[in-house]
Structures are given as structure tokens and as C-alpha cells.
Design a protein around this ligand. Structure first.
Ligand code: ARG
Ligand code: ZN
Length: 878
């Protein structure tokens, strides 16, 4: 394997910048192929840097036009320039002004980093290292400056001109059809938070008054004609602002807050100061075009980017190793927001499902890394589920351990102390250690040790003594670079439940009054006294730690929890655990008797009788079996995706048969009534009805087809229409093809809906799907340059279609490899993301494993791979 050790950036090598930049004046004259940028930087030596060092500015594919120091053009021998850097050999020892002119071609920028065009509009993406594609700069997060941006453009081409901060001036450029706008951002910020936008855009807006009575104008800019689809996002923004004031005491700090939706975007969205830029799929929604899940994602991501204003912008990161400091914390904050706005237990289950599907998967793969990595070749490859989602779980555990009140005081102290600075994980933990008076040094291991800890619990009941003992052991498997693991500090929230459902009042000194026990040794035991009958332990309530748990309880006892636990998360978990045991056994070729499956189905039926309609969203989650990818992860080695698919289909069919009457009843009783509303309760009713339809179809193809075809035709909203079409995709035949064609016709001018259409087809678990996907790449709605299209079609095939991506003939792998290589020439970040679908290859049985390895080798041998793809392919093969 090629290993360019020279390019590896290491946390231990961090040192402060030799220079600081206090202010930046940017003058950007937009042009489709020849945009002129003049940057005027006020630079001074950093007292913490090396005295007398040269000034080395970062660049990336830059074209230098002119450079001057304190107004004097530099002679050739005074500087060195390349597309990657600009060095001033002997800069002054005090503050000086550097003026740098560069020329950019935004139309040719297919990497979507730096300044680029999307549907003709100009926009920027600078995190992590995109600002250096606009001008030469100290492009690192610990260099904070105040920015003034003047943007000039043709009035026709870009009537709207937006920058960071507050608008201060605008006008016409005399003697031309050009105009300009000047924006000033008074808050010092790192370059990755810089943004500008120029284009033809529609606008929706609303005034907001902050907690201290300041007026802020909120606005969202979208493709003209789609303004009404931004109303929900605008409402979510307002609710986020209110929530952050109420829950964290955080107020907004500029006169305007702007959001722009663009259709070509590598990630979800970006928190640029005062000017968030969003992937349009996380802004635009109407009942006709967006599902309940889309609405929930919009709400969460609008909140996420807004919350970054304090956790990310006001307090930023010292270096990119600290990425979780802003991302993990901000994900935690957006999850809390969604839980408060919706149903907390339902949201918690959804969070855990994603965590397991993405982060646990990553942690068990060759791409496993600590929440705070210690080295990287390409930082863009570390915007991962581990940094984001596991990062959020660490914050949640911290809150569980120190308690709500200390947590809030710790946050206040962190903001107070670190406002306006570039901070580290240590600064963050220090605030909580101080307010709680607790050492967090053992807890800090969560940032350093990768891999998902396994906790095994064995229970012993002594009736005569009235004692109940739980023996815990923990271990963490080896991960890349970390062969030996230490014990973690794991908060276990627990309780005991009696078989009749009453809660057991038993004493145990290691468990506090909130039911929290901290497992911080490799092995530990809890003994409860005064236990008069055999209880069922309810462990890790609310999923109190990101670990895998093995419990020695029989299925019947777990099902007591489904019925009786006061913790909703564990009710759901109990049903999932039993289902997973059956699914894993069936996948491994074991026989699972009808009685055993019936016992499970019957428990589901009685759950449906008593509880389902009280919380339909929760019931829908209980009725949904673990996914094929979840089962593969559970099995962990020599995986045969075909066997898993058969096992899951079989179990869906058996449950559908036993519970048929209940399912049909729900399907009828929950029928659509009244106009669509995206609120959580209405969404929950749709979710339960559609989960019922899925099981009906699994058990009775004809009945399912008839109901689904009718629903696909007559649905009054996208949630129901898409759910029906999704059920139909599991039923091969003319009805399905007809429905697919009709849907494609109906929405052919709606790119975000066509994405859903691509995804559904890419996920069909049948042999001709690969040909179908290749055919769809020729569809007029598809484009290899647009990340949303590529992820919907190719990404879904690779990530959602377990059986066809992992075809035994290797054709799925070869296909993905060829697309990764094609995409890499246009957009390395997109290509590298697609490539992560291979991270499960070592889990597969040997034939598939060999095919996957061959495909990975093909990629790794290609000359001129991007650093993004080169990094992922070499780590995946290692
Ligand atoms: N900070 C953005 C967020 O809200 C993500 C931006 C990542 N961009 C990138 N090119 N890696 O999570
Ligand atoms: Zn973020």
C-alpha cells in the first residue's frame, strides 16, 4: 500500500501559528469564469509563535495576480508563490498590511469547495479548508479575524448579494450594469466560517425579538417560485432561537440571520456566521414533495446550524482534531431540541437506530477512529458518525453523570470562559470538572479510545436471602492503531421491574437515587437487597451509554419489559433484542420453531391491543424489525446477505400472518383524515399505518399489492405516497412497475422527489437492480455532478441494498468502484463518501470478501487519486 507519511497531520505536532491576522477586507468581483478577489490582510507576528519565521499562507489551486506589502508591490525575490502556498520570506516584525489578488473560475469548480456555482448562483463552502481556494490565508481555525466583504456582480446575474455579519452599504457601480454590497462581521472568526452568496433568489422573512429585546431580521433565500416551501424551515429557525434562549440562555448576536438553499452541496448544511448555506433538501418542504421524515430532518438541521452560532462560532476549535468539540456538542443540542419539540422517547429511539447503523458500524470497521482523532491525511474524511453522533453521546453521558443542574452550570462557565476563543476538548471538560467538583480524567477516555465497548451482564437471584446480583464485565475490541483497550467510565441507568409490572423497590449502594451506576472497572457487581420475587433488570435505560449489551435473560423475561417497563426506550429495545435473536438464528440457518416466533408475534399483538394507539409513532418503531444491515452487524463475520434477506422476509411474513387482524384494523382506523400537518402526532399515525401496510404485504402479497397500489395512486401527501411505493418495491410484478413509472412521470420536474424515486429503485433486492441503476444513470433527472442525485441512486444502492451491492459475483463492488473513480475526477469528497460503503467488506463470507478486495485494489492502483479517496481506500484495505 502507498503510505504518504509526509502528508499525515498529527495532534501532537500542534503549535500556534507564527502569525495572526487581525482583520480581513475582501473585495470580490463575481464573474462566471474570472472572478477577481482582492484580500487586504492586517497581519502581525504571534507572540506565541517562532520569532523571525517566514509568513507561509495556504492556497489550493490558486492563481496569483498581485501581491503587495504595506502598499508596495513585492519584488520577485521577496516572495515565493505556487497554487498551494504563498511565502513572504522576511516579513516585518510588527503589524503590516498584505494585499493579495487572485483570480478564480467558479464555473469550473466541481469540487464544491471554495467559491462555486450552483444552478447559476454563486456560493461558497469553506469548512474545513476551502477558504484557501479563494485567497492565500492562514487557513486554520485558531486564526480569528474580523471581516469586511465587498461583493460586486452583474445586476441581472446576481441581484441578491449576501455576506457574513450585517449589511452596511450597497449601490450601483457607475457606468455599468454592475452593483455591489458591503457586509461587515464584527465577531472575530476563523476563515472556515466565511461565506458569500450572489444570485437570483426568492426570499421569505420574519422579524424576531431576542430575549434582551433586540430585533433580528430572519430570512431564507431559495430558488424563485419555491418561497412557500421555506415556511417550515423559517418556523423551525424561530423555534430554535427561542429554545436556545430558554434552555441554554444563548441569544443571537447580529441584526440579520440569513439562510440560503443551494442544490449542489457536499454535506447537509454549513453554519457560516450570520449566513448559513444549506443543501436545499434540508430547507424545501411541501406536503406534496416532502415526507414526515424530511420535515423532521429540516427542523433538526436548521436547529443544528443555528446552535453552532454559540457552539462552533462564538467558541470555535483550536484545530481540526477538536472537531467533536463543536459537532458532537451541537448534535447533542439539536437532539435535545427535537426531543423537546417532539416525543422524547420516540426521538431517542430514532437517534439510537442511526447511531447503531452508522457509528457502531464505523467503529467495527477498518475506518474506526477516536471521537478526537490523533492524526489525519484528509480532514474532510473525519466528518463522521463517530465525531458527530458518538461525540453527542459523550456529552449526554457527561450530563447523566454530573446531573442536569451541574451540566447547565458547566455550559455557562464554558461559554463565559471560552467565548471568542479557539478551544479544546480539555477546556470543555475543565468547565464541568470545576462546577461539579468531579475528576473527569477517566471519563475523558471516551474521546481517545475508539471501538464500541461490550458490556456483558449476568444475573443471580437468591430467594432465601432476598438478594439480587448483577455481574457486569466490559471490554472493547481492538481497532486500528489501538490493539489494547482500557476500561471505560460507563453510566448505566437502571431499574428492576417485577413480572407483574410493578416496580421493585430494592436497595443497592452503588446505585444513586436517579438509578445511575457508573461502571468504570473491567468487572463489577451490584447486589440489591430486599428483593422478594425474581425481578427483570431494565439496564441502560434511555440508552445511557453507546455500548453493546449482552444480557443472559430469556426471551419471555425480555418481553415482560416490552409490556411493563416504565422506560419507553427499553420497551422498544426488549422487542428488538428478541427479534434480533430470532433473525440472527434464522440467518445462520438455525431452525426457529413456530412456537418461538408465535410467542414473539403474540407479544406484539397484545402490545398492539393495549398500547399502540396511545403512541402510534412508538408502536411503529416496535413493529419494525432490525434492518438487514443491523443483522449483518450483529452476526459480524462470514456474513451471507442473501440468508439475512430470506430470514428477515420470513420473519416479517410470520408476524404479518399472526397479527393480520390487528394490522388491518390499524390500516383502516388510521386512514388519512383532514389536511396534512407535519406535526409529530400526525406523523406517528401515518408511521403506524404504513408499518402495518408493510407487514400486511409481507404476509399476503395480493392484499398488500392492492392496498399499496391504491394508496400510491390516491395519497394526499408524499409520506403516504412514498410509503406505498416502498411497499410495492418489495412485490415484484406489473403493479409495481406501473406505479414506479407513474411516480417518475408525475415528479419529473421535482429533483428532490426524483431522488426518492432513485433511492427506492436502487434498493430493490432483486438481481436486475444493478442494470436498473445503470439505466437510471441515463435518466434526464440524474447527474453525476450533483451530490444529492449521486447519493440517492448510487449511495442508496451501496448502503441500503445489502443483497445486490454484495452480489456473490462481485458485480456490485465493481460497479461502485467504477463510479468512485469517475466521481473522484469531479468531486473527491463525494467519491470518498461513496467509497465508505466498502467498509463492511471484511465481515463478508470469503467469496464476497475476495471480490471486494479486488475492487478496492483496482481503486488503489489508479494514478492521481485524490487525497480523499486515497486515504479511505488505504485505510479500508489495511
Ligand atoms: N459544519 C458543518 C455541519 O454543520 C459541516 C461541514 C462539513 N463540510 C465539509 N466539507 N467537510 O455539520
Ligand atoms: Zn455541525
Amino acid at each position: 500500500m502507498r503510505t504518504d507519511t509526509a502528508q499525515i497531520v498529527r495532534l501532537v505536532d500542534y503549535r500556534p501559528s507564527d502569525f495572526l491576522i487581525d482583520s480581513v477586507e475582501l473585495d470580490v468581483s463575481l464573474h462566471p469564469t474570472a472572478t477577481q478577489v482582492r484580500a487586504t490582510l492586517v497581519v502581525r507576528p504571534n507572540p506565541d509563535g517562532r520569532p523571525g519565521a517566514p509568513l507561509v499562507l495556504d492556497g489550493d489551486e490558486l492563481n496569483l495576480k498581485a501581491v503587495a506589502l504595506d502598499g508596495r508591490s513585492l519584488a520577485e525575490e521577496e516572495f515565493e508563490a505556487s497554487p498551494q502556498s504563498l511565502t513572504i520570506m522576511q516579513p516585518p516584525r510588527q503589524s503590516f498590511t498584505l494585499t493579495v489578488e487572485t483570480e478564480l473560475n467558479p464555473t469550473a469548480n466541481t469540487k464544491l469547495m471554495g467559491l462555486y456555482r450552483s444552478s447559476g448562483n454563486y456560493c461558497t463552502q469553506c469548512e474545513a479548508e476551502g477558504f484557501r481556494r479563494i485567497t492565500y490565508f492562514l487557513d486554520r481555525p485558531d486564526v480569528l479575524a474580523v471581516y469586511t466583504t465587498r461583493i460586486e456582480a452583474d445586476r441581472d446575474e446576481a441581484p441578491v448579494l449576501l455576506g457574513n455579519g450585517n449589511p452596511v452599504e450597497s449601490g450601483s457601480v457607475e457606468g455599468s450594469n454592475r452593483h455591489y454590497a458591503v457586509w461587515e462581521d464584527p465577531h472575530p472568526k476563523p476563515s472556515y466560517l466565511f461565506a458569500l452568496v450572489g444570485g437570483r433568489l426568492g426570499r421569505v422573512s420574519k422579524s424576531f425579538t431576542t430575549m434582551s429585546g433586540r430585533a433580528v431580521e430572519l430570512a431564507i433565500y431559495v430558488e424563485p417560485g419555491k418561497e412557500d416551501r421555506a415556511d417550515y424551515a423559517l418556523d423551525a429557525l424561530e423555534r430554535s432561537m427561542v429554545w436556545d434562549e430558554r434552555v441554554f440562555g444563548r441569544e443571537y448576536d447580529l441584526d440579520v440571520f440569513n439562510i440560503v438553499a443551494v442544490s449542489d452541496f457536499n454535506m447537509g448544511a454549513m453554519e457560516n456566521k450570520g449566513l448559513n448555506i444549506f443543501n436545499d433538501k434540508y430547507v424545501l418542504a411541501s406536503p406534496e414533495t416532502a415526507t414526515d421524515m424530511d420535515y423532521a430532518h429540516i427542523e433538526a438541521i436548521i436547529a443544528h446550524e443555528y446552535f453552532h452560532n454559540w457552539t462552533g462560532n462564538r467558541v470555535t476549535c483550536r484545530d481540526w482534531f477538536q472537531l467533536c468539540l463543536k459537532e458532537g456538542l451541537t448534535v447533542f443540542r439539536d437532539q435535545e431540541f427535537s426531543s423537546d419539540e417532539r416525543s422524547r422517547p420516540v426521538h431517542r429511539i430514532a437517534e439510537v437506530k442511526t447511531l447503531r447503523a452508522r457509528q457502531f458500524l464505523e467503529d467495527s470497521s477498518p475506518l474506526a477512529h477516536p471521537v478526537r482523532p490523533t492524526q489525519y491525511r484528509e480532514i474532510n474524511n473525519f466528518y463522521t458518525a463517530t465525531v458527530y453522533e458518538k461525540g453527542a453521546e459523550i456529552v449526554r453521558m457527561l450530563k447523566t453523570i454530573i446531573g442536569n443542574e451541574s451540566f447547565r452550570r458547566g455550559m455557562d462557565l464554558y461559554f463565559e470562559r471560552c467565548d471568542g476563543t479557539a478551544a479544546t476538548v480539555e477546556d470543555f471538560l475543565e468547565a464541568f470538572a470545576e462546577v461539579s467538583g468531579r475528576s473527569l480524567s477517566h471519563f475523558a477516555r471516551w474521546y481517545e479510545q475508539s471501538g464500541t465497548p461490550r458490556v456483558t451482564v449476568k444475573s443471580h437471584y437468591d430467594k432465601a436471602a432476598g438478594t439480587y446480583r448483577l455481574d457486569f464485565t466490559q471490554s472493547t475490541p481492538p481497532t486500528p492503531g489501538q490493539p489494547n483497550k482500557e476500561a471505560m467510565a460507563i453510566p448505566v441507568v437502571l431499574g428492576l421491574v417485577a413480572h407483574d409490572g410493578s416496580s421493585v423497590e430494592a436497595a443497592c449502594e452503588q446505585v444513586d437515587e436517579r438509578g445511575v451506576f457508573i461502571l468504570d472497572k473491567a468487572a463489577d457487581s451490584l447486589t440489591f437487597t430486599g428483593v422478594t420475587s425474581l425481578p427483570v433488570p431494565s439496564l441502560f435505560r434511555g440508552f445511557s451509554a453507546p455500548v453493546k449489551v449482552t444480557l443472559d435473560l430469556p426471551n419471555e423475561e425480555l418481553l415482560v419489559l416490552l409490556q411493563h417497563d416504565s422506560d419507553a426506550f427499553n420497551r422498544w429495545q426488549a422487542a428488538q433484542t428478541v427479534a434480533m435473536r430470532h433473525l440472527a438464528a434464522l440467518s445462520n440457518g438455525a431452525q426457529v420453531s413456530d412456537e418461538e416466533i408465535d410467542a414473539f408475534s403474540t407479544a406484539l399483538c397484545s402490545f398492539m391491543d393495549t398500547d399502540a394507539l396511545r403512541d402510534p409513532a412508538f408502536a411503529a418503531l416496535v413493529l419494525t424489525l432490525p434492518s438487514e444491515a443491523d443483522i449483518a452487524q450483529e452476526i459480524g463475520k462470514d456474513v451471507d446477505p442473501d440468508a439475512i434477506h430470506r430470514a428477515r422476509s420470513d420473519m416479517r411474513r410470520r408476524i404479518g400472518k399472526t397479527c393480520s387482524a390487528h394490522l388491518h384494523r390499524f390500516y383502516e382506523e388510521l386512514a388519512d383524515s383532514g389536511p396534512y400537518s407535519p406535526d409529530a402526532a400526525s406523523a406517528g399515525r401515518r408511521a403506524l399505518r404504513n408499518a402495518s401496510l408493510d407487514l400486511i404485504a409481507a404476509a399476503d402479497q395480493a392484499a398488500g399489492e392492492e392496498l399499496a397500489a391504491a394508496q400510491a395512486e390516491s395519497a394526499s401527501n408524499m409520506t403516504d405516497r412514498l410509503a406505498a411505493l416502498s411497499v410495492l418495491t418489495t412485490l415484484p410484478g406489473a403493479a409495481r412497475e406501473e406505479a414506479i413509472t407513474q411516480f417518475g412521470e408525475r415528479y419529473r420536474n421535482e429533483p428532490l422527489v426524483m431522488d426518492k424515486w432513485f433511492t427506492l429503485q436502487a434498493a430493490i433486492p432483486e438481481d436486475d437492480t444493478l442494470e436498473r441503476v445503470k439505466g437510471l444513470m441515463e435518466h434526464q433527472a440524474f447527474s453525476i455532478g450533483n451530490p444529492n442525485r449521486v447519493r440517492s441512486l448510487i449511495g442508496s444502492f451501496a448502503m441500503l441494498n445489502q443483497v445486490q451491492f454484495n452480489r456473490i459475483d462481485g458485480a456490485g463492488y465493481d460497479f461502485l468502484a467504477s463510479i468512485v473513480l469517475r466521481a473522484d475526477e469531479l468531486n473527491p469528497q463525494l467519491a470518498a463518501r461513496l467509497l465508505t460503503a466498502f467498509s463492511t467488506w471484511r465481515m463478508m463470507e470469503s467469496t464476497r470478501r475476495e471480490h471486494a478486495q479486488r475492487a478496492l485494489w483496482t481503486i488503489s492502483r489508479k494514478p492521481n487519486l485524490s487525497r480523499d479517496v486515497g486515504d479511505i481506500v488505504s485505510r479500508t484495505l489495511d
